[in-house]
Design a protein around this ligand. Structure first.
Ligand SMILES: *Cc1c(COP(=O)(O)O)cnc(C)c1O
Length: 396
């Protein structure tokens, strides 16, 4: 997909950097660092060492044989990002960006978090590098995610409660940018998904692309050919673009599984690719969920990591071009997949990843046994067990 529509962080009509001038020099500095470090052997070797010795890469590509047999259709392979340290793909990005901060001489790290997963990943790498860490989190989210707040504190981070707006993720991002304007000299903003102003989406893709590179090599070894389909769940889009990147120029079908929440006919979902319209949020253009007044819509999903009204500009572009397709998976369907993978494979998936698993299962049913589907299992479900228990099994 090397075409003229993708250049300098602009993907067709999406992407860009829509922040005021105060951020220009900061974003330029990061972009220059990115361009320099991509070619720096020392940096690349250091990143590889952390991949291997800290995150636990490479992660396995696992043939889900019992699940496949149960369904009786296409073969389902799982890329086991749930086996990364801290339980999800998020650390791939956090480790990469904190190395940037180190090479840039920044001493203070800030980040936003919704459910707390990115906050925990950021606090983890700050502990690892001995850097001071401030996490912005909406007051509402703090109440809902007590244990993750505690984890961050345990790891040495300061958690700042954001009391503006709806007191959730969007407000936390705004607060982090506000902090940045006051501390441009010594602070690095460690952004959690393939979103935000250029060059962040490219940087996050770069650090998550290890998923696709490994998976491609692994499936070629196991099957002697590329998969027919690759599937990933999409919140901001980092695990998805990390996997998809390796297959964009290949004859492979690419499917993004979005959170359908309580159904597309309700307003309680976050199916940005299905129902979003071009708009600007947090300094970039993407497919965006808006309400009747044209304001950013309130979104909902049982899986906190998918609950965001915007999405990666590159994924927005790929969807509009027809290079990828999207499916909307409801809470109920994700819960079904959560149960199936636990029962048939002994793997409890994150609720986010369960959306991708359901999409794959549904697809596998309709396909011939010779076909191959590769699913990104973005994270493990230990963090979600309590929610699922309370919702479904409390009275059993
Ligand atoms: C955060 C998270 C996601 C969603 O984020 P993306 O940037 O869309 O990948 C998906 N799965 C898990 C396990 C997560 O923690």
């Amino acid at each position: 997909m090397n075409n003229k529509e993708i250049k300098d962080g602009v993907y067709g009509s999406f992407g860009g950097a829509f922040l005021d001038d105060r951020f220009t020099s900061y974003l330029n500095e990061i972009e220059q660092t990115f361009n320099r470090l991509k070619k720096d052997r020392k940096f690349i070797n250091e990143l590889k060492r952390y991949h291997k010795e800290y995150i636990g890469r490479q992660t396995p590509l696992y043939f889900a044989e019992r699940l496949t047999n149960k369904i009786g259709g296409a073969k389902i392979y799982l890329k086991r990002e749930d086996m990364c340290h801290t339980g999800a793909h998020k650390l791939n990005n956090a480790i990469g960006q904190i190395l940037f901060a180190k090479y840039m001489g920044k001493k203070r790290i800030i980040a936003e978090t919704g459910a707390g997963q990115h906050g925990v990943a950021t606090a983890t790498v700050c502990a690892l590098f001995g850097l001071s860490c401030v996490i912005y989190m909406g007051e509402e989210d703090i109440k809902r995610q007590e244990m993750n707040v505690f984890r961050m504190k345990l790891l040495g981070a300061e958690v700042v409660s954001v009391k503006s707006g709806s007191q959730t993720l969007s407000d936390a991002v705004d607060a982090a940018f506000e902090d940045l304007t006051n501390n441009l000299d010594d602070t690095f903003y460690l952004l959690g998904s393939a979103v935000g102003p250029h060059p962040y989406p490219e940087i996050v893709k770069y650090f998550q692309s290890v998923i696709g590179r490994e998976a491609k090599r692994q499936i070629l070894k196991k099957e002697g050919r590329l998969p027919d389909y690759v599937v990933a769940c999409v919140g901001g889009g980092s695990n998805a673009i990390g996997l998809f990147g390796a297959f964009l120029d290949e004859d492979v079908n690419i499917i993004a599984a979005e959170a359908g929440g309580k159904g597309l006919e309700t307003k309680e979902h976050c199916s940005t690719l299905e129902l979003g319209k071009e708009g600007i949020i947090h300094g970039f253009k993407c497919l965006l969920l808006k309400d009747e007044d044209g304001k950013v819509a309130k979104t909902y999903s049982i899986s906190p990591g998918l609950d965001y009204p915007g999405v990666s500009p590159e994924i927005s572009y790929l969807k509009e071009k027809g290079r990828i397709s999207s499916v909307s998976i409801t809470d109920e369907e994700a819960l079904k997949a959560f149960g199936m993978l636990s029962k048939y494979e002994g793997i409890i998936p994150a609720l986010e990843s369960s959306h991708a698993v359901f999409a794959a299962v549904n697809l596998a049913k309709r396909l011939d046994k010779a076909k191959v589907i590769l699913v990104n299992l973005s994270g493990r479900g230990d963090k979600d067990v309590e929610v699922v228990y309370k919702k479904h099994f409390a009275e059993v």
